[in-house]
Design a protein around this ligand. Structure first.
Ligand SMILES: [Zn+2]
Length: 299
């Protein structure tokens, strides 16, 4: 069984009408337990320290978030209330992705039950992302000397613009984003490799494009560790996606990414990314696709 990471602080309150289904993280953990995918329970992370956060984000921005003193305009760009729970949550998620990355290096594959806050940039948050958990984890591992080459495979339907900007001048973290070209953010950043997809793309065409890109990328980058942002918002029923993948398409995608990375000798740290549905159970179940795939390759 692949190690799974969860923290009770992933749960936080948001207004009922909010577009982010924030109860999905907690519900996902319950589902994974019920499905027998977490027989030994979850690994519980330490929240990210201020030093780990400022290794990625501007110290003034980090302080403003931790002091609940973010200017209104910056809060609006994030789209979340700066409550104690929400701030506590983002620190726990960053610590969770770092722990999952460490466990992946040890076991081959490990997954967080949240994470993929890829719109958070060097000194701002955006699109429901406050701190960039993948960036915090990657930076911590680089600074420790634990890993010297990483690859971010970001298949969330939105571009990983924050991650691209954070690592623009860091050759040891290669950023790859495959997303719906017309989706948020309107102004794209430059990842090391971007593939912008047309609206309405279905399973076969999507998988063919991915299969055309990933093996060559792994060969070229030779990562020891891959961060896989397994957003389920390319699903056809997603409220914020523009693509048309099915449940089977997402399952095939996740299995393909995990198998291909492992076959190239890279460990994989899986994080959730986005997924938007009014029904918490439905979206949590969709996110569990990643954890089922991880179990499939670890069995
Ligand atoms: Zn997304």
């Amino acid at each position: 069984m692949p190690p799974l990471v969860h923290h009770p602080h992933y749960r936080a309150a948001l207004a009922d009408h909010h577009a982010l289904p924030i109860n999905k993280f907690h519900r996902l953990a319950e589902m994974l337990t019920a499905e027998g995918l977490a027989p030994d329970g979850f690994h519980t992370p330490e929240p990210a320290t201020e030093a780990q956060l400022t290794a990625v984000h501007g110290p003034a921005y980090v302080r403003a978030v931790l002091d609940f003193a973010l200017p209104h305009e910056m809060q609006r760009r994030i789209g979340l209330p700066m409550s104690e729970e929400i701030v506590r949550r983002t620190r726990a998620v960053c610590g969770g992705t770092l722990l999952a990355a460490r466990l992946a290096l040890e076991h081959g594959v490990a997954c967080n039950t949240a994470g993929g806050s890829h719109h958070a940039g060097p000194d701002y948050g955006s699109g429901y992302c406050i701190f960039n958990d993948v960036a915090v984890a990657a930076r911590a591992l680089l600074d420790e000397g634990a890993v010297s080459q990483m690859l971010v495979v970001d298949l969330d339907v939105h571009q990983g613009d924050g991650t691209a900007l954070i690592f623009a001048d860091e050759p040891r973290v290669f950023t790859f984003s495959m997303h719906a070209e017309k989706n948020f953010p309107a102004r794209k950043a430059a990842s090391d490799l971007d593939i912008g997809l047309d609206d309405g793309l279905e399973d076969a065409a999507y998988l063919a494009i991915l299969q055309g890109a990933l093996p060559g990328l792994l060969h070229r980058v030779q990562p020891q560790l891959v961060f896989y942002v397994a957003g389920v918002d390319p699903h056809r029923d997603d409220r914020l996606g523009r693509l048309a993948l099915s449940d089977e398409g997402l399952a095939a995608r996740d299995a393909y990414v995990l198998e291909t990375c492992l076959a190239h000798g890279a460990a994989v740290c899986g994080v959730l990314g986005g997924g938007y549905d009014r029904d918490t159970d439905r979206i949590a179940h969709r996110h569990a696709t990643l954890h089922r795939a991880a179990q499939g390759v670890s069995a």
